[in-house]
Design a protein around this ligand. Structure first.
Ligand SMILES: Cc1ncc(COP(=O)(O)O)c(C=O)c1O
Length: 393
């Protein structure tokens, strides 16, 4: 038998908890158990037909070869044009690197900006992979906990308290996974001013920006005067129901974009050529894209309102989501006997009531758990009924 001791690079690496929950739900389903999966972070809509048609046409035209590492020029131009419209000043293709999903854009940014001993502030609860990506870069993720009064968002005071001479940056995510909280323009302006005072980098993960319920969620591009110390990442996965196509991108100062391109040239090279053409279609057909996004957001809103109403009527503490497609639910107080009530509750819910949710420990808050409403409405509501029944039993 081969003996394997993981290298020091990955010795502390943990599997993505959100993916692990979905895998467990799928395994139970395969074993014949009728599990409702509210763990996944994936729109339950098909990729729009106009994107599929463009992909077929690109395949027929021979889009099967390597492209430039940083992505095909028309796609980078389309991304740059949209970013310029938000920023107000010109952003060019030289600022853009196309990646295999937003995940790769985030990893490239963490790996290129931060190194051993650098501290990076992560508003917590926060998306599970930020902590692991920073650790892979040998940087130190510093979890900053938001308070319940601020929907678990962090304030400048929270950041200032955590700052040290080793702090190099900050990762923002609005709308936020797992809470659905959205930072207002004023809150973002204050955070940017704080980062500027300290000379910190900001990585702004805006993958859920198109899915927001109270007008457009603000982009950091519309807040900063220039791109000097900002990397914005986004992608087509959530807003165009294109999770499996694996296309994301970063918008960064040209020197950073070049460094991330060099890193990518030794790891994955270009994102899949066919997928780049599909993403180009998604970004270039404004009217059809708008209809797709509006249709999804309308459906998510109906589910959010119904699920939120039922949970509140049962006096369950839940953050009101203003974006994304998650409900963050408080499972109980952490105690010496049960330091992770969210994990305990999620395990019981899956084994006894056949509903999969993600324990909050995956996002750095063990008292909570996340349910996704990116699932058919009847399953979402049945899941909510079972959560309520389990909560009060
Ligand atoms: C906050 C956040 N950022 C990034 C990603 C990764 O997106 P992609 O599928 O484009 O890699 C996800 C996916 O769940 C996410 O929730």
């Amino acid at each position: 038998m081969t003996s394997f001791a993981p290298s020091a690079n990955i010795a502390d690496l943990r599997e993505s908890a959100t993916i692990a929950v979905s895998a467990r739900a799928k395994a139970l389903r395969a074993a014949g158990r009728p599990v409702i999966d509210l763990g996944a972070g994936e729109p339950d809509f098909p990729t729009p037909a106009f994107v599929l048609e463009a992909a077929h046409a690109a395949l027929d035209a021979g889009a099967t070869r390597y492209t430039q590492v940083e992505g095909i020029l028309p796609l980078r131009q389309a991304i740059a044009e949209r970013a310029s419209a938000v920023h107000g000043n010109a952003i060019g293709a030289e600022n853009v690197v196309v990646t295999a999903g937003t995940k790769q854009a985030l990893f490239n940014a963490c790996f290129s900006l931060f190194a051993a001993g650098d501290e990076v502030l992560v508003p917590t609860p926060g998306w599970t992979s930020y902590y692991q990506m920073l650790a892979l870069a040998r940087a130190v993720p510093v979890a900053i906990r938001g308070t319940r009064e601020h929907d678990l968002k962090v304030t400048v005071q929270d950041l200032e308290r955590a700052a040290s001479p080793r702090t190099r940056g900050l990762i923002l995510n609005s709308p936020c996974n797992p809470t659905g909280a959205v930072y207002s323009r004023r809150e973002l302006t204050e955070i940017v001013a704080c980062a500027e005072r300290h000379g910190w980098w900001i990585i702004s993960d805006e993958i859920y920006r198109a899915i927001s319920y109270d007008g457009e969620a603000a982009s950091l591009l519309s807040v900063v005067a220039d791109l000097d110390r900002l990397v914005v990442v986004d992608g087509v996965a959530k807003s165009f129901a294109m999770t499996g196509w694996r296309i994301g991108w970063s918008i960064a100062p040209p020197a950073v974009a070049r460094a991330m391109t060099a890193l990518q040239s030794h790891t994955t090279s270009n994102a899949a050529t066919l997928s780049q053409h599909a993403a180009l279609a998604a970004l270039s057909n404004a009217e059809q894209a708008r209809q797709t996004v509006d249709g999804m957001v309308a459906e998510f809103r109906v589910r959010r309102d119904a699920a939120l109403g039922a949970l509140r009527a049962a006096a369950i503490d839940v953050i009101e989501p203003h974006g994304a497609f998650y409900l963050y639910i408080r499972a109980g107080d952490a105690t010496a006997e049960d330091p992770e009530p969210g994990t305990t509750f999620a395990r019981r819910l899956l084994e006894e009531r056949e509903v999969a949710v993600v324990p909050g420990i995956a996002f750095g808050s063990p008292e909570w758990m996340r349910m996704s409403y990116a699932a058919p409405a009847d399953q979402v509501m049945e899941g909510v009924r079972r959560i309520i029944a389990a909560r009060i039993s």
